[in-house]
Every structure is written in structure tokens, then in C-alpha cells.
Ligand binder design. Structure first.
Ligand SMILES: [Fe+2]
Ligand SMILES: [Fe+2]
Length: 273
């Protein structure tokens, strides 16, 4: 089934840094993001590669910011389809790029994607990529849905790419957390982060808080992620606090067959009209 996404362009969120946005309608109302990032700088970096179902649109937006030949690094946060959807095309189009991944990503994608080992570099939490104008450091985000997941901190802008953490629905083409409808944010932040990381229910609160603090201790100016708005200033600490509040709480129940029935009924009505 084709995905109808909002028409958008690359959106600058910090110096030399653009979000490559995708906003898809959520069956429950609102829109869910599936964003990626381009950091231009001295050695341009593509951070995650979006969804394959929006490939042409994604490639047009990403390469509106950077020339394919100039891309030096392609960082994958983890192996989920919404983060690796266009990686093979990106590597074909960007012959000078090295793929920054880790053992887990490489292992989990074996058999699904034909990734070039000779163009890979492994980066684990705490390890950095020293570029001429910035240090990019891999971090384990507060919450994650793959053992492969690494976020990325950029020393030049104080940006954290938090991968799947801090997701929330938005009411339209919305980039900043301050602009999200507060009720939608409150409800969907808890829902999204619980659904994506149901293991939060079983964590020891103090040990989890210590893990989260390792990321919060970074010099953070803004936090961007694939599935939520950009958090800046006091919204950064607020998003971390909301994540901590989910620890050791019952998981938010997921919709069941009744949602599928509703979606299919709506699709049939649309087809019949
Ligand atoms: Fe994921
Ligand atoms: Fe994701």
C-alpha cells in the first residue's frame, strides 16, 4: 500500500545540519515522523537513510543539501527498516562515503542487504569519529528497540541524534517540540516510547537513571530523532524526565485487531467512494 506523506523539504535545525523529514499519517490521528539527518560540514555525513517506500522523495531531499560525491560518511543508528531503507542506493550514489555501523548492525543485516564490508567502519558507544571540524561520538540512547542502536553526538553543534528515543506524534509539518499540540505530545510521547521499548517496564529505576544520565551529561543544545520533534533548551531535560518517568511502569497497551478492522474498513470505504 503506498504511503501518502506530507510534502516537505530538507529543514535546517542547526548550523550545517538539516533534518530530512518524512511525516506519515498515523491511523490514530496526527502524523508520525520517520526522519533522517544530513550534517554538511568539512566531511558531510548522512545520518540514517529513511524508508524505502519514500525513496525518490527521500533522495531528492537529502541530495538537495549535499552533493552525493561530497558525502564522506553514512552513519546508521540501527538496522530497522525506517533507518536503513535507502542505504544501498546511498552507497551507490556516494562513492566516497564510508558506512559507519557496528558489529550488531552488520550481523543483523547479513542476508537482507548487501553491504560492503570494505567500506565499513565500526563505532561503538563512547567511541568517536574525529572530523576536521567536529567530533562525532556514538552513544547508547536512553531508550532503543535494537541491540544495534547507537545515537550520535556532534561536538560542533551540541546536537544529539537520538535514533528512536523521544518519539511523539505531531499534528502536521511540525519540527519543534514547542510547536506540538501539548495534549497530543503528552499522550503520544508516553505511548510511543512505551510501545517502542516495552522492556522499560522491567528496569531498575536507579540503574536506568544512571544510564540515561550518561547521555544527559553530554553538552546538549538540541536533540533530534527519527520519530519526534526537535527538543531544545528546557525541552531537552523535560524529554529525558518523561523517559525516566516511564521506567518500571506498566507498558502502555497496544491496539489490537480492532484497529486493523478500523483501518481496513476505512480503506474499503475510500476505494468504494
Ligand atoms: Fe527502531
Ligand atoms: Fe525507528
Amino acid at each position: 500500500m503506498p504511503i501518502e506523506t506530507l510534502p516537505t523539504a530538507a529543514h535546517q535545525i542547526a548550523a550545517e545540519t538539516w533534518l530530512v523529514p518524512t511525516f506519515a499519517p498515523d491511523p490514530a490521528g496526527g502524523f508520525v515522523g520517520a526522519h533522517s539527518l544530513v550534517i554538511r560540514g568539512a566531511e558531510p555525513v548522512i545520518v540514517d537513510t529513511g524508508c524505502s517506500l519514500v525513496r525518490d522523495d527521500w533522495l531528492a531531499k537529502a541530495f538537495s543539501v549535499v552533493e552525493p560525491d561530497d558525502v564522506r560518511w553514512v552513519f546508521l543508528s540501527h538496522d530497522d527498516h525506517d533507518h536503513v531503507g535507502n542505504v544501498e542506493t546511498v552507497l551507490e550514489r556516494c562513492p566516497n562515503a564510508t558506512l559507519v555501523v557496528n558489529f550488531s548492525i552488520a550481523g543483523r543485516l547479513t542476508g537482507s542487504l548487501d553491504l560492503p564490508l570494505e567500506r565499513m567502519r565500526f563505532l561503538d558507544p563512547g567511541q568517536s569519529l574525529q572530523l576536521p571540524d567536529r567530533t562525532l561520538t556514538a552513544v547508547r540512547p536512553p531508550v532503543f528497540d535494537s541491540p544495534a542502536t547507537r545515537g550520535l553526538h556532534d561536538s560542533a553543534t551540541g546536537l544529539l541524534w537520538a535514533a528512536d528515543a523521544f518519539g511523539a506524534l505531531v499534528q502536521g509539518e511540525i519540527y519543534d517540540a514547542d510547536d506540538v499540540d501539548p495534549a497530543l505530545y503528552d499522550q503520544s510521547f508516553a505511548m510511543f516510547n512505551s510501545w517502542n521499548t516495552p522492556w522499560l517496564e522491567w528496569v531498575d529505576v536507579d540503574r536506568f537513571a544512571a544510564h540515561v544520565q550518561t547521555t544527559l551529561d553530554l553538552p546538549l543544545e538540541l536533540v533530534a530523532s527519527a520519530h519526534g520533534p526537535v527538543h531544545r533548551g528546557p525541552r531537552v531535560a523535560d524529554a529525558f524526565r518523561r523517559t525516566l518517568d516511564l521506567a518500571a511502569q506498566p507498558a502502555v497497551p497496544m491496539p489490537g485487531q480492532e484497529l486493523l478492522d478500523l483501518v481496513l474498513a476505512a480503506a474499503l470505504t475510500e476505494t468504494a467512494a
